[in-house]
Design a binder for this molecule. Structure first.
Ligand code: GCW
Length: 724
């Protein structure tokens, strides 16, 4: 070859390599970085000499493709697939039914414990050579097993003596997208909706496939595509054929589609005059609609419904109950194996009782009255996805109903996609909470996993933080919240530290110094945001509508429970919401053991103090500070924690690329500015009641309260823009 030709080819190769690379952050935790440790590389290369991969349907093909991608990137070589006898290979990936009996014997494993989704990864000695086996009962187990294997390699685990079996503890592991049909995303901070309704069904964006891969890699097996503030059009043929195309993309990855069903759809798209669930025509309409949907999508998951909540229509419009509404839809879905996920996020402007009590009051009397294919989806706390809330008392009070957890992955009340907040810390706190409903140890995790009350149908949903941003989630660290949600939906007993560890290695770096530092930054980040926004149990003091920044002074909205003053109740005497028997008595919704602890400010965990108590400004905290001083110091601590995060990030610069370092650095600077804004605005406002100076150690605000009150944010994302 001539020199010029060689140079030309060399450049072409470079160009191909450059173009073959995804934009920064696009690969999520599936970057499959090269194995640099020589000994481990050698071990893996030996292991992956030849692979038997069971041939089969599109799900097995998807798994095989993923394995090829992973091996190619991590080992820098294409795997050698052999389709001969499986035991002649060094790696065997096949369902139990396809394993040679000699290998099965070596495996000596009880497959019953795996169910459909579980898998085993085990290295056995066979005819004096090592064989790595990945096996499962079903195709989906093979898919999860392959992701499990790739994950082990991303964690740089030796496979020589591996023996891992894993199966999910929750059936429905679901993302709820709040995507509108115009592609805006309610409470979305990462661009627009992924679903390009105009180009579907013909045009299949690569992002749909990569989205499905990412979900499958963490075990997510269900998604609802559209906002719970629903538009009935999604149930019309024009949209169903587009949904069908997405279902086809997701199917090989084990993901079922659910749709949000607007309760008034029979009127809006069905031409009926009522949507009364006890009306025969309405029932027939839903039966017909469900059948039509299953013609398009035979494995359709079912409906997710927000009814009689924040202005959405529902059965109560006709004097009927949540049970009437949910069961009517459930009957239509039952013959096809579909579910109804009925949300319990309800509160009413006509109910003057404490908002925190209303969902419990409405739903608990219905325990045991829902049909078998209904799950009641309950937010983690009784108000609304606050930086910290005690767990929702419904979790301890509806033993006969499958309760599905709803977490919010998108950071509506946690600094949007500009603040680095590792949410698995929050998820873990909720899941580990003890409801005491069957004595000590009756954790929320056990309720959700169904083991506490022997539930067959179980689920966990997360409101997605995903959009068209190149890195999917806006903040690179918000990817960890998607990842962590999936991992905890699979296993609600997992701890957040394990998840942080896995994610850092799969996403950023294998360097132990980097991992230690960044892990501790992630693990404190949630407490930091609580401190600079809502310390000591404060909640819902966000500015109106967009919820961007503080608005504790807001008091004039039409519905009382939309005003922050409703929640903090600050006055000359003190601050906090009295939810004890002398107040709203919300504590009575918890088990007596817990109510007792919450009712006494001395035993109430201080992180929930102002959630349950209205206390004088000079009330003494456990550390000896007065409430006013302690509150101010917490705000300051939050700001200081962000400063520490910045130092940690800067110190870790050497382990990542300058681009990776810089994007998070810029975001951390915004976070710091906004943390100070929260501290100053809240303290200036609360000071008008406490009438006390800021304690030593708390920085003096540089602006006035009037200034903070005057701020307007027409550009705040997550809500339709209001420029006027
Ligand atoms: O948190 C609130 C949000 C609304 C949301 C609602 C809900 C989809 O501010 O935007 O509506 O909760 O969960 O239904």
């Amino acid at each position: 070859m001539s020199r010029t030709k060689a140079i030309f080819l060399f450049f072409m190769l470079q160009i191909t390599l450059v173009f073959a690379q995804s934009p920064p952050g696009y690969d999520l935790w599936l970057g499959y970085s090269e194995i640099e440790e020589p000994a481990l590389l050698k071990e893996y290369q030996n292991t992956f000499k030849s692979i038997y991969f069971q041939n089969g349907n599109e799900m097995l093909h998807a798994a095989e493709r993923e394995l090829t991608t992973g091996i190619k990137k991590m080992l820098r070589k294409l795997p050698d697939f052999e389709k001969l006898r499986n035991s002649e290979n060094t790696v065997v990936i096949a369902k139990k039914s396809n394993l040679e009996s000699s290998l099965l014997k070596r495996l000596a494993f009880d497959f019953d414990q795996l169910g459909a989704d579980g898998f085993v990864i085990k290295t056995v000695l066979f005819e004096r050579k090592q064989v790595l086996i990945v096996t499962a009962n079903e195709d989906i187990g093979i898919l999860y097993g392959v992701f499990g294997l790739l994950n082990l390699m991303q964690q740089r685990e030796s496979l020589k003596h591996i023996m891992l079996s894993d199966a999910p503890k929750v059936n429905i592991r679901m993302l709820n997208h709040w995507d509108n049909l115009d592609r805006t995303v309610e409470r979305g901070y990462a661009g627009f909706s992924l679903w390009n309704w105009q180009k579907l069904p013909e045009y299949i964006d690569q992002r749909y496939i990569d989205y499905a891969r990412a979900n499958a890699s963490i075990g997510i097996n269900a998604v609802s595509l559209t906002n719970v503030n629903a538009n009935a059009l999604i149930l019309t043929p024009a949209y169903l054929e587009k949904v069908q195309a997405l279902a086809k993309v997701f199917r090989p990855y084990g993901i079922k589609i659910y749709l949000t069903a607007r309760f008034s759809a029979p009127i809006e798209i069905g031409g009926l005059e009522t949507a009364d669930p006890l009306d025969l025509n309405v029932q027939n309409w839903w039966h017909g609609k469900v059948k039509e949907i299953y013609d398009y999508i035979p494995d359709f998951g079912g409906f997710l419904v927000k009814a009689n909540s924040e202005g959405q229509p529902g059965p109560q419009n006709y004097g009927r109950s949540h049970v009437d509404g949910a069961n009517m839809m459930a009957m239509a879905l039952e013959p096809f194996g579909g579910n109804v996920i009925w949300r319990a996020f309800v509160y009413s402007e006509h109910d003057t009782s404490d908002r925190a009590k209303q969902a419990y009051t409405q739903f608990v009397p219905f325990d045991g009255k829902f049909r078998d294919n209904v799950l009641v989806q309950t937010k983690n706390g009784a108000i609304d996805f606050q930086p910290r809330e005690p767990f929702h008392p419904m979790f301890g009070a509806m033993p006969k109903t499958p309760l599905m957890m709803e977490f919010q992955i998108t950071q509506e009340y946690l600094g949007f996609s500009t603040h680095l907040v590792f949410l698995p810390k929050l998820f873990e706190e909720v899941l580990h909470s003890d409801t005491y409903s069957k004595g000590k140890g009756s954790t929320v995790a056990k309720v959700i996993a169904g083991s506490l009350n022997q539930k067959k149908l179980t689920g966990m949903a997360g409101v997605a933080n995903i959009g068209t941003d190149l890195n999917w989630t806006g903040h690179p660290f918000a990817q960890a919240n998607w990842y962590g949600f999936g991992r905890m939906a699979w296993d609600p007993y997992l701890d957040s530290e394990t998840i942080a560890n896995e994610w850092i290695k799969a996403t950023y770096s294998q360097n132990p110094n980097f991992i230690t530092a960044i892990k501790s930054m992630m693990l404190t980040s949630r407490e930091a945001v609580v401190n600079y926004m809502n310390p000591l149990g404060l909640h819902h003091i966000f500015d109106t509508g967009h919820h961007y920044g503080p608005g504790p002074w807001v008091s004039e909205l039409s519905r009382p429970e939309w005003n922050p003053v409703y929640y903090h109740k600050a006055d000359e005497k003190g601050i906090g919401f009295n939810r004890t028997p002398s107040g709203s008595d919300a504590t009575a919704q918890y088990a007596p053991e817990l109510a007792k602890i919450f009712n006494d400010p001395k035993t109430c965990p201080e992180e929930y103090l102002l959630w349950f108590h209205h206390l004088p400004w000079d009330y003494k905290l456990k550390n000896g500070h007065t409430l006013w001083d302690g509150l101010a110091l917490k705000y300051q601590q939050g700001v200081d924690q962000v400063k520490t995060m910045i130092v940690t990030w800067d110190d870790s610069k050497q382990y990542i690329t300058p681009e990776q370092h810089n994007e998070v650095r810029m975001l951390l600077q915004i976070q710091l500015r906004e943390a100070k804004w929260w501290r100053d605005a809240c303290l200036l406002y609360f000071q008008t009641f406490s009438k006390q100076a800021l304690p030593e150690g708390v920085n003096k605000p540089t602006k006035t309260l009037a200034y903070y009150k005057s701020l307007k944010f027409p550009f705040a994302p997550g809500i339709r823009p209001q420029w006027h």
